[in-house]
Design a protein. Sequence first.
Length: 371
Amino acid sequence: MLFEKTEIRAIGIMSGTSLDGVDFVWTRIRRTSEGLQASFEKQASAPFPSALRKELALAAAHQLKVDRLTELHFKLGKFYADALTKLAKNDTRVDLIGLHGQTVYHRGGHATLQIGEPSFLAQKFSVPVVSNFRPADIVAGGEGAPLAPYFHQVAFGKAGLGISVHNLGGISNLSLLQGHQLVMGYDTGPANMPMDVYIQKKTKGKKKFDRDGSTARKGFINIGLLQKGLKHPFYKKAAPKSCGREEFGETWLKGLLAKHPRLKPEDALATLTEIVAQSIAREYLEMGAQAPTEIIFCGGGSQNSYLLERIKSHLPQIQIFTSAQKGWPPQAIEGAAFAVLAAARAWDLKIDHARTTGAKRPLLLGQITQA
């Protein structure tokens, strides 16, 4: 156990599949007899320099040889530390750092790799850094993802209510809660990833995403393309399940659009948005009586009002909120999740992910690096 005290200040660091930059989230975490409690303090972000972003994109596309990938692992770790130094300024009162790292490969249940050497942060801030959370889960028979449901349970569980906390990052995942208990959690498929990849390719990197779904809103849905997109074999897998760029990245998108070379950008984005919306809605419709009474959306996609409108159109019976309406900025959720997971590791609290990743036993997740 790293800490005897029952309240710590932790920073969670997250860089997701969109490769747009890094989120740093300061949280206050308390250990009580009933479990952990977390409160949001502040958040800051740092964009990746274009050269680093290009290298990360190559790594995520599995196009780097081992020497370049190793160099990138160290380069990224230094970037995390340097960026946090600038953002923290004189606010160095921190007990612990939780580092997700950048996923460059994930095959649920088989293998996973997140890069970004944690020693830079440990030595720069002289605090323990917990990183590499996913491997232990895979070795224990789990998918290795999603891991955020534990945080959702800590931050959003409410006595007597059936709630889903739904993250719209590059990938979409949900955590179904009944009161303070986690019922299940898993990846549902793509969220922002296909729209982001498409618009980045179409604008040659000038635009990173379709802000607020404004371009998609102008388009028409191509029914044939929609039906094809919803036939991905991942959707037929039983939960718990996980996915990533390997299933819904550039290769999948290229194959999906191959027979539609003249499709207008607004129509392509409208259709991709609808694929995401329907794939998400379908999960809740198939839950039947187990479906929640409300969904709290978080992540970057929760700021896409068009996407939320399309989801709501398919789920009129469920109340929809954003995490901002519940006191947690959307972009803070994933970073905060790894601050909380780091705290659990620091206090030697084993987490039961049987209902989310399928891990066969409760586990201590994460490896500790100290200065």
